[in-house]
Design a protein around this ligand. Structure first.
Ligand code: F6R
Length: 245
């Protein structure tokens, strides 16, 4: 497990983008695993810059997002499909037909989850997985108590997550209560992963995940089993770490 501590969110995005870019240059076709949320925004900004500068090419890239709210169509401005179009896909030379986000409107969500796993397998698995961490330790929407071997499935969101995400909705009642998420086992199958974290509100959970016991009650602690993960953390999110990095 590699930990890089950086001064600010801009630097976090740049460092994480460099890690991904280095692998993208070596591997074609390339499969990206993607996250939403506010933390990866500087990373996506940097990937867009590198693409426009001709340093990385998305023409042979396919992508699979971690999660999506159940009940929101891709046209809804709080859906994760909409977020990805706005913050990455519309600005790089990726073929949108090869970008995958779980379908929050799927008629048979369980069958959809199984098909999503199958599509990832057929694509050869995720080469580089982007992750953020929730203040309760979730990765994707794998809330505390999720099996560390879990696969893509429908989950109920915890109150703390609904509260965290209510800032993006007009009122808390508008936040969906269920989501489709890749499982922790699915995430651990990725060949490389980068977890970005910034802000003092993440300091406790970052330390618990990196230096605490592996437990389903801190889902991100399962990443201690990942063979090729880099944590890129801002100084304010790294204040509770005891080790020297
Ligand atoms: C979203 C996802 C979530 C977020 C987490 C942190 O696709 O995977 O686990 O990474 O909720 O969100 P932010 O970055 O908004 O603090």
């Amino acid at each position: 497990m590699n930990v890089i501590i950086v001064p600010n969110a801009e630097e976090m995005g740049k460092q994480a983008a460099q890690l991904i870019a280095a692998e993208m240059k070596k591997t074609s076709p390339f499969v990206l695993g993607l996250a939403t949320g506010s933390t990866p925004l500087t990373l996506y900004k940097e990937l867009i810059r590198l693409n426009k500068a001709g340093e990385i090419d998305f023409s042979k890239v396919s992508s699979f997002n971690l999660d999506e709210y159940v009940g929101l169509p891709g046209t809804h401005d709080q859906s994760y499909r909409y977020f990805m179009n706005q913050n990455l896909f519309d600005h790089v030379n990726i073929d949108k037909a090869r970008t995958h986000v779980p379908d929050g409107m799927a008629k048979d969500p369980t069958a959809h989850c199984a098909a999503y796993e199958q599509m990832m397998r057929e694509a050869g698995g995720v080469d580089y997985q982007v992750l953020g961490i929730g203040s309760n330790g979730h990765i994707g929407f794998n809330e505390p108590g999720s099996s560390l071997a879990s696969r893509t499935r429908v989950v109920k969101l915890k109150e703390s997550t609904i509260k965290d995400n209510s800032r993006f909705f007009a009122k808390i009642e508008d936040v969906p209560t269920q989501a489709i998420t890749m499982g922790i086992g699915t995430i651990l199958d990725s060949k490389h992963a980068v977890l970005v974290a910034n802000g003092a509100n993440k300091a406790e959970i970052v330390a618990a995940a990196i230096e605490g016991s592996v437990t389903a009650w801190v889902p991100a602690s399962a990443l201690q089993f990942h063979l090729a993960i880099t944590w890129v953390i801002t100084q304010d999110a790294a204040t509770k770490l005891k080790g020297k990095y």
